[in-house]
Design a protein around this ligand. Structure first.
Ligand code: KE4
Length: 426
């Protein structure tokens, strides 16, 4: 922890709660003080004292092209020269809406917003407006942004704090949210049997990335689809993290399950504040100004953010992009697993497309309770040892990691060499 970092953190805590603008950045789960960054380029970031790191957070997923991709920067600069925002429709918003609908067939209409939280919040309100029902189902350890209805046993920051339900959420609101276990098909079937006609929506991360990385069991997503269809509930895939991260077809294409609504974020903004929600036309037509469900945003579809998103969505369609990304990510997880095995460390890892999970346990966890059984202290020791060696993983045992198209053999080999050194002494 360098002096400038420490100085900035001390000063920041005087004027910003916890010194950060988002809790997971505070290093509360791993201990120590957060690193203040000042520059990023490709797979690398530099802190305020000029120390460099290989970055496996990528701003929590958006930077699939790495930091400061020249084409993204150029389009942001060029677009900004024509003005930053109009609060009126622009042609670029039409272009990205048509592109999203083309790339994700389940999306017939889409509405742009500025954050994944807005997307999740709006999708829930839309599902309630469309069905006239109040109850929703979410899964413990999954995080869909900090909307009151969804911040009930959330994952990500809240889970990291070991404080799964947030203060300030009225019981009247939380009471409409049923929290089940991820991958628990029997639990979902029993809940629908009891409440089916009252359930407005099921919202799920089709690959969970906010309680570390948890893959869906074979029949989990298909069961959600069948039950929602049967009971007239809206199936919402929260693809804010998995959208264009696990593949060009997103998780819904990878697992061949079609949701009624999808939320998107992170990658589609290319590093700028942009998210979206969309899906079946009959549901989306319930949105103002056409329908009775209100949703709005001053900077929704912001031209500069849309330009960054359009450039990103163009570049990820290049031939071989996802094969290369998945191969690089797999080299990381398989290399770490082999190194830990050699040194008898209880460690395993998995990757899905360009995202990965690291677990200090014998087996890859498939549920929230199994994740909670992993050795968090061992992760924290690993995290800091890697940080000291210039490797920046997510500062929490309950987060997924991300690789970009700018990570190559140099970054992977450097990371594996550092890990080899650490596993030998962990
Ligand atoms: P934002 O409101 O942070 O843009 O998106 C919320 C959200 C919704 N859905 C999923 C699946 C998400 O992963 C997120 C945000 N993810 C967290 C970390 N995994 C963002 C980091 C943070 O909270 O600072």
């Amino acid at each position: 922890m360098t002096s400038r970092n420490r100085q900035l953190f001390e000063q920041s805590q005087k004027v910003i709660p916890g010194g950060v603008n988002s809790p997971v950045r505070a290093f509360k789960s791993v201990g120590g003080n957060p690193v203040f960054f000042q520059r990023g380029q490709g797979a690398h970031v530099w802190d305020v004292d000029g120390k460099s790191y290989i970055d496996y957070v990528g701003s929590w997923g958006p930077l699939i092209l790495g930091h400061a991709h020249p084409e993204v920067i150029k389009t942001v600069q060029k677009t900004s020269e024509n003005g930053l925002t109009f609060g009126a429709p622009t042609e670029a918003e039409l272009e990205i809406a048509e592109l999203i609908c083309k790339l994700i067939p389940s999306i017939e209409q889409v509405r742009l917003v500025s954050s994944g939280t807005e997307a999740g919040m709006s999708a829930i309100r839309l599902a309630r407006g469309f069905t006239g029902r109040n109850k929703i189902i979410k899964f413990e350890g999954c995080y869909h942004g900090h909307d009151d209805s969804l911040l009930v046993k959330a994952g990500s920051g809240a889970l990291t704090f070991g404080n799964p339900s947030s203060a300030g959420v009225p019981q009247e609101t939380a009471g409409h949210t049923i929290v089940l276990d991820y991958n628990d098909v029997n639990g979902v079937e029993a809940t629908f049997k009891q409440y089916g006609s009252e359930i407005a929506a099921v919202i799920v991360e089709p690959v969970a990335g906010n309680m570390n990385l948890i893959a869906p069991k074979t029949d989990f997503l298909k069961t959600l689809r069948t039950l929602c269809t049967h009971h007239g509930s809206v199936l919402i895939f929260d693809e804010v993290m998995t959208g264009f991260r696990v593949g060009l077809d997103c998780a819904q294409g990878l697992y061949q399950v079609q949701p009624d609504l999808t939320t998107l974020g992170k990658v589609i903004g290319g590093g700028m504040p942009m998210a979206a929600f969309g899906g079946r036309r009959d549901i989306m037509q319930c949105l103002a100004p056409v329908g009775a469900v209100y949703q709005a945003g001053t900077l929704s579809g912001n031209p500069v953010a849309v330009a960054a998103g359009l450039t990103t969505l163009r570049l990820i369609q290049e031939t071989g992009f996802y094969d290369n990304l998945a191969n690089t990510t797999r080299q990381l997880t398989e290399g770490l697993t082999a190194s830990a095995k050699k040194h008898g460390v209880n460690f395993c890892a998995q990757s899905i497309g360009g995202m990965f999970g690291l677990y200090f346990s014998k087996n890859i966890p498939a549920s929230f309770s199994e994740v909670m059984g992993c050795d968090k202290d061992a992760f924290n020791r690993f995290f800091h040892a890697m940080l000291d060696r210039g490797i920046y993983f997510a500062p929490s045992a309950f987060e997924a990691g991300f690789v970009s198209s700018t990570h190559g053999s140099t970054e992977i080999n450097t990371t594996l060499a550092a890990a080899e050194n650490i596993f030998a002494t962990l």
